[in-house]
Design a binder for this molecule. Sequence first.
Ligand code: 5GP
Ligand code: MN
Length: 339
Amino acid sequence: MTNETIDGIKALLNTPKQIAIIPHKNPDGDAIGSTLALFHYLNTLGHSCTVIAPNDYPNFLKWIPGEASILKFESDSENATNLLNKAEVIFTLDFNSLSRVGDDMGSVLEQTDAIKVMIDHHQQPDDYAKYMYSDVSMSSTCEMVYNFIDFLGDSDKIDATIATCLYVGIMTDTGSFRFPATTEKTHRVIAHLIEKGADNSEIHNNIYDTNSYSRLQLLGCALQNLKVIPELKTAYITLSQNELDQFKFKKGDTEGFVNYALSLEGIIFAAIFIENKQDDIIKISLRSKGDFSVNEFSRAHFSGGGHTNAAGGKSDLNLQDTVDNFISILDAYKSDLSQ
Ligand code: 5GP
Ligand code: MN
């Protein structure tokens, strides 16, 4: 963050403000953790804050301090719209384009004249915010919110509540501290959060060890569907709506499944294709190891984006046609994938 941005934000937050804080649609641990950490921090400064999520999120995030106060635009759009229109400042966290909050909420955001602040680590950010803290090298938006509080000279205000929220997002976005964006600085931040009272073992338990039996059965089904294309070092998983229904799919149940495909020895590119009959799309998650950019791949073929090694996208074709399309596209990447 530049000194000019820091000074601008300090001046902005000098007097109590009505503030809305927004994560992306289908928020994950980093999106919910970072928005709630900022919420607690700005409340301690005397601002009046609300976190407004575009839609609901998985149950394994429904214990994070402050979570119960989150307003969901999808199910409470009138209240959410009023609050967005009243907000003097809107923080957008863990996303890089207003399209990432969905069409309805996106058009409300576009029309407000609130001052917008972006804190985000995704590639190719749009230029909608007056103040931008964008850094694609960061492990997580939570690590950036930690830095943000530090830049404002307030790291002593990080208490156990804020530390817990921040720990969640750093842990989930780094795959429990294993992805390449995990730096020694990340570990120093984590050490400080534990010092402040984040209970690392309990947080891990709350996020990862609260599976339902049916989710594990769904994982079994996904693993049965795993296909490997050894010559392209690629593996992919499909889940049809019927399979999701059979195993009582709930939001968040498929989180992390794609990583099993990537965990195969020698595989550097993994995908999962999940049928969503309600939205009439196939939701796609892409992961890679090394230089193969799934962000570029998703932008080019599946109307999505994200990071070099983790991205998402969608397809309007049916499940089989989407997979056939995917396989035919891979041909053009032979030289990148077979080395
Ligand atoms: P996931 O595959 O876990 O849903 O997402 C992986 C990464 O890609 C996350 O950082 C997520 O924010 C981003 N992402 C997921 N879906 C989309 C999408 O449709 N568009 C863009 N631009 N990014 C996405
Ligand atoms: Mn993130």
